[in-house]
Design a protein around this ligand. Structure first.
Ligand SMILES: *Cc1c(COP(=O)(O)O)cnc(C)c1O
Length: 433
């Protein structure tokens, strides 16, 4: 493949195309910097998951889009049309989804410290499930639901003792994590028994999420095994029937050529075999299966286009290419030294003769988008596209240095439309009193 993203090609003009449209034309129409996303690719990714859910679980499950990866009204409308559920982790994400007309019964509300206001917002809007993180939240939720004469339908966030990241995973007795309740220590069992006796709580299921950007099957299989055995234990020891198993997200994507993701339906197939096997062995009914991919739905469907300002050569040290965006629109390098690939928009497959660091325009030395990028020759005025920025870029954007946030342009069926308009200077002062 020529690019790390499937939806890219080189058009007749020689320019980079996304979803069949010339990136430089989009840049001309909407300005730079801008996020550009291929909506058809997003929908295709949803269908890989929903199709695999039908195939391997006979449709007895739901795929949730973990919307912290990219949250705006437009994406919630797309997810609604694709028959997906969503997970939200804050009142703000929940509000955005509701404003977009997303069906509340298909919303799962996560978060390790939901406020009373958020719990009330969720209950008052009949959100499908609340994923409870801890005993304090459980008690507050029981009370809030009681005041409304409601029963909250909940899952518990469980730490299954597996911590997976990229190329490795570790199995530990008790992972050091702020999320959830631990399996090994008996904490999870205790809280579920407690919840089971609460008047305004219905324990529907259990949930785990073991990490992000994972390229292996084994940690997912192991997590499913532990969770299914836990479901078996709850039934045998306490007669508590768990009907839903939510296995989280974390499926890896291709940011650079060295990343080696597995086809998503392979994960689902492998995990379904584990789940079915233990369901038979432990004589527990096959639970309703929930998955929560975020990154793998949107990351490879998006790029960010920038205009080059200056090219600064520091002899014997390095070359800096400065662009009109930076850590405000993509904080992932400064946060985790994340790697990206970048290409020149004009003749992107020309020989990559230079190595240069693409830097942003913020007042931070660490404001870098791609360190030591291999690029075709670049001159001021050129457009550069940083690839696979569809996840955790717009959603993590900030206004540092009072730089307006970028628009999100969607490409679909050969046309472009705005999902989010560019912030204006007027927007920037709108909250100032
Ligand atoms: C972040 C998150 C996800 C999605 O993770 P990805 O790596 O984007 O697939 C799913 N579930 C929970 C609870 C999360 O916190």
């Amino acid at each position: 493949m020529d690019f790390v993203m499937n939806c890219l090609s080189v058009g007749e003009s020689g320019n980079l195309n996304i979803g069949g449209i010339d990136v430089s034309e989009i840049a001309k129409e909407y300005g730079t910097p801008a996020y550009i996303m291929d909506e058809d690719e997003i929908r295709k990714n949803c269908r890989v998951y929903t199709g695999a859910m039908r195939e391997y679980y006979d449709g007895k499950g739901i795929v949730l889009y973990a919307s912290k990866a990219l949250s705006c009204k437009y994406i919630y409308r797309v997810m609604k049309e694709e028959g997906m559920g969503i997970d939200v982790v804050s009142g703000g994400e929940l509000y955005t989804a509701l404003k977009a007309g997303f069906p509340p019964e298909r919303i799962y509300f996560h978060g390790n410290n939901k406020t009373d206001d958020e719990i009330e917002l969720a209950l008052d809007n009949n959100v499908g499930r609340i994923v409870v993180d801890n005993v304090f939240e459980l008690e507050r939720l029981n009370k809030c639901a009681g005041q409304r004469g409601m029963t909250a339908q909940i899952l518990f966030r469980i730490k299954p003792g597996i911590d997976a990241h990229t190329h490795s995973f570790v199995q530990t007795g008790q992972i050091d994590s702020k999320f959830g309740v631990a399996l090994e220590t008996g904490e999870a069992e205790e809280i579920i028994v407690k919840a089971d006796s609460m008047p305004n709580i219905n324990v529907v299921g259990v949930h785990c999420h073991i990490g992000s950007q994972i390229f292996e099957l084994a940690p997912f299989e192991l997590a499913a095994e532990k969770m299914m055995n836990f479901i078996g234990d709850l039934k045998d020891k306490h007669g508590i029937v768990i009907r839903e198993l939510n296995l989280g997200g974390g499926y890896g994507i291709k940011y650079t050529e060295s990343d080696t993701p597995i086809d998503y339906d392979k994960y689902i197939q492998a995990v379904s075999e584990v789940v079915r096997g233990i369901s038979e062995k432990r004589n527990v009914e096959l639970p309703f299966i929930v998955m929560e991919p975020g990154r793998s739905i949107v990351a490879e469907a998006g790029l960010t286009v920038y205009t080059v300002g200056g090219v600064k050569e520091i002899p014997g040290i390095r070359t800096y290419i400065s662009v009109d965006g930076g850590m405000g629109d993509n904080p992932r390098y400064i946060l985790y030294q994340s790697e990206y690939e970048a290409v020149r928009v004009r003749n992107p497959l020309d020989e990559k003769k230079i190595t240069a660091t693409i830097a942003g325009k913020c007042c931070e030395s660490g404001d870098i988008l791609v360190e030591s990028a291999k690029l075709s020759e670049i001159k001021p005025g050129d457009l550069i596209a940083v690839l696979a920025t569809g996840a955790y870029n717009y959603s993590m954007a900030s206004n540092y240095n009072r730089i307006p946030r970028l628009p999100v342009v969607m490409v679909s069926g050969g046309e472009t439309k705005l999902a989010v308009r560019r912030e204006t200077y007027e927007d920037l002062v709108a909250l100032d009193l």
